[in-house]
Design a protein around this ligand. Structure first.
Ligand SMILES: *Cc1c(COP(=O)(O)O)cnc(C)c1O
Length: 234
């Protein structure tokens, strides 16, 4: 697997999907989902031109930060974050994409206030209403957004979703479309500490569909690094 070739290929596919949808290719950011790939692989992806990296596990993030693996590009947290680990993530990443509960918002606020910083985040939406997934329900979102004025050290940059695993291309279009509509609704409303510019959706198997439906950030792991080896985690 050649990371450099993969990044170029994905970029081209992003470009084609954007143009086919009448969108500008530069509206779409490529986030490398780096889980289970070492610092060396991360550096290669950055050198090849990804826009940012997304890390899932706190332990891996901490180790790779120590290695300066993300140098030159922003790093995002994209995995489920436990409240007892916020201290290792807040202020260490440019964006926490996966904020999935009010409880976690409170913990991030507390830590960001302590560090006297403003932490940028995305709200994760459980758009497929799956029991196995975390995230806010669509109906919950307005209430949460209303409350953002009580979180002065947090700024909401947008929404993120991981729709259900799909069998066929196009299966998730309805979820992508729902996410796009949610982001449009929020933009129209104007909440304190909220300015929606990021709609993070689409992974290796469905990023072209996500782009057609308005994604501004795709998170690609396998398409860049090849299949993950779950037998030998780093
Ligand atoms: C692993 C991961 C991805 C990328 O998945 P691929 O199918 O390998 O592209 C994207 N988003 C999140 C939150 C992930 O954990």
């Amino acid at each position: 697997m050649c990371i450099e070739e993969n990044v170029l290929r994905i970029r081209e596919q992003i470009r084609e999907a954007a143009l086919a949808a009448g969108r500008k290719p530069e509206e779409i950011q490529l986030c490398a989902a780096t889980k289970m790939n070492d610092a060396q692989a991360v550096r290669r992806a950055i050198a090849a031109g990804v826009d940012c990296c997304g890390e899932n596990r706190v332990q891996e993030l901490t180790a790779k930060l120590k290695d300066n693996a993300y140098e030159g590009k922003p790093v995002h947290f994209i995995g489920h974050l436990q409240t007892n680990k916020v201290r290792q993530v807040v202020g260490k990443v440019d964006l926490i994409q996966s904020v999935d509960s009010l409880h976690l918002l409170k913990a991030i606020q507390q830590e960001a206030a302590k560090q006297n910083i403003c932490q940028e985040i995305l709200l994760e939406v459980n758009i497929g209403q799956e029991l196995s997934k975390s995230g806010f329900g669509e109906q919950e979102l307005p209430e949460i957004l209303e409350q953002m004025c009580d979180f002065p050290n947090i700024f909401v940059r947008g929404l993120m979703a991981i729709p259900p695993i799909c069998q066929n291309h196009g299966d998730n279009d309805k979820f992508f479309r729902k996410m796009y509509n949610l982001s449009v609704d929020i933009t129209a409303k104007k909440y304190d500490n909220v300015c929606v510019t990021v709609l993070s959706m689409g992974m290796s198997d469905d990023f072209q569909q996500a782009i057609a439906m308005g994604s501004t950030m795709v998170r690609i792991g396998t398409g860049i690094f090849g299949p993950r080896n779950y037998q030998s985690p780093i």
